[in-house]
Write a protein that binds this ligand. Structure first.
Ligand SMILES: Cc1ncc(COP(=O)(O)O)c(C=O)c1O
Length: 440
């Protein structure tokens, strides 16, 4: 192998995901080490993690219990085929997940990412109607401004224009209900926004258009993260549940970011008191240490497939790395940590977090603040004709000042590890205030 001729050339081969490659490669932001609430750059500069990596390191970085479980498992059995074979950790992890899932949700299908979990859930929904003799129910309904990963299923039901417009016609038979963002009525809400439960009725519009007999499922994020932290208006999810139940439509919650304590409950389904028919998860499932996703399903869904001859495969779906033993080991170690009261800690920190978020009200450029549990969206006014520029500059300035955060357009999204303490919250918001003040 010929070594690259310069530092810049050494960065060329890796086509970075969701990244402005040329901009990054001319001014890279590198991370080299992580522990607890922090990253360190290769030069040894400490960076406070304001977004749990990418909404996934809920128990903080470098957890010894996870590292050891992974090392032991890889040395004991590096891989096991998941088709027609099993290994104990897969069953153990499935049991651990249903223990914290809402009542009635008691089967688990393993994937390797959130995107795969979403595509799996959509396929299960369509197949479920078919195995019950309702094969005309194939239509999938997503929501504007939704993010459900990057598989063809996920971008089809998703509602983020740049994730869709380059990729052709997408899945046929997909429609979208309207999003729930209503700044005119809900600016600077505390807790869930008061207005907008009636946006759920938009599903009735699609039922009137397509007829319920053609609709398999509706998928929504309980809190939409990637489009700028959009909270469900009070009563909205309940209403969506009621409309789905009335029309025999499956309700899927995409809990890839809301799962595993982000709201203070194990899942947003419990936090908001609305139980869907399926839930997708990933990220915090293994604390981000090893890729893994899953779909949690209601018993009736699983049971409907368990008919026919016993020797027949019931669902023609799965991945080489479904329930990978090393991922299962990471998942089990992670779930044990969560049981030590981490979600309660997140809930206990949430009021302090909320006050810190709202302390930014009135600062230049800040046009809205949205938060719940340990999530926050800080919306900045876009620069005229240059949407996203101010957000990107905020990200760069924050990193230079020692804070890692996400931006989506001009909205700063924060989702720190749940081990966060008040002093960390103070530092995040002191830094952020300085960053915002420095923006032009
Ligand atoms: C709600 C939601 N669904 C799905 C995904 C996709 O997960 P992954 O990137 O693991 O494929 C994400 C990722 O951010 C997400 O936020």
């Amino acid at each position: 192998m010929t070594p690259p001729s310069s530092k810049r050339a050494a960065l060329e081969a890796f086509w970075m995901p969701f990244t402005a490659n040329r901009q990054f490669k001319s001014a890279p932001r590198m991370l080299a080490r992580a522990e607890g609430m922090h990253y360190w750059t290769p030069e040894g500069r400490q960076v406070l993690d304001g977004c749990a990596g990418l909404w996934c390191v809920n128990a903080g970085h470098g957890r010894r219990e996870i590292t050891e479980a992974v090392a032991t498992q890889i040395a004991t059995m590096d891989y096991a085929p998941p088709f027609q074979m099993g290994h104990p950790l897969a069953f153990e992890l499935a049991n651990a997940l249903i223990e914290i899932a809402p009542k009635g949700i008691d089967h688990v299908f393993f994937t390797n990412s959130g995107s795969e979990a979403v595509d799996t859930a959509l396929k299960i929904a369509i197949a479920w109607h078919r195995v019950r003799g309702d094969a005309a129910r194939t239509r999938l309904i997503g929501r504007e401004r939704g993010y459900h990963g990057v598989g063809f299923g996920g971008i089809s039901v998703g509602g983020m224009v740049n994730n869709r417009k380059y990729f052709g016609a997408l899945l046929p038979g997909v429609d979208h209900i309207r999003h729930t963002h209503d700044p005119a009525r809900n600016l600077y809400s505390r807790g869930l926004p008061a207005h907008g439960a009636e946006f759920a009725d938009d599903l009735e519009r699609l039922v009137a258009l397509h007829d319920a007999s053609t609709i398999a499922a509706v998928i929504v994020e309980p809190i939409a993260g990637s489009t700028g932290v959009l909270l469900p208006p009070r009563g909205y999810l309940e209403r969506l549940r009621a409309i789905c139940t009335k029309h025999g439509i499956l309700l899927i919650f995409d809990e890839v970011i809301t799962g595993f304590g982000r709201t203070g409950s194990a899942f947003a389904a419990q936090e908001f008191g609305v139980v869907p028919d399926m839930m997708t998860c990933a990220k915090g499932l293994t604390n981000g240490a090893i890729p893994m996703g899953s779909v949690l399903v209601r018993r009736e869904i699983y049971d409907a497939f368990m008919t026919g001859p016993e020797q027949a495969v019931e669902l023609f779906h799965g991945y080489t790395y479904s329930a990978h033993p090393v991922a299962c080991a990471a998942g089990l170690a992670t779930q044990r940590i969560y049981r030590e009261g981490l979600f309660d800690h997140a809930r206990a920190m949430a009021p302090y977090w909320e006050n810190a978020v709202h302390s930014l009200k009135g600062r230049r450029h800040v046009v809205d603040l949205r938060c719940y549990g340990l999530v926050a969206g800080i919306e900045l006014e876009p620069r005229a004709g240059l949407a996203g520029a101010r957000g990107y500059e905020a990200l760069v300035a924050a990193f230079e000042k020692g804070l890692l955060m996400r931006t989506t357009g001009d909205t700063i999204a924060l989702s720190p590890p749940l081990i966060i303490e008040r002093a960390d919250i103070d530092r995040i918001f002191e830094t952020l205030a300085a960053v915002i003040d420095s923006l032009t």
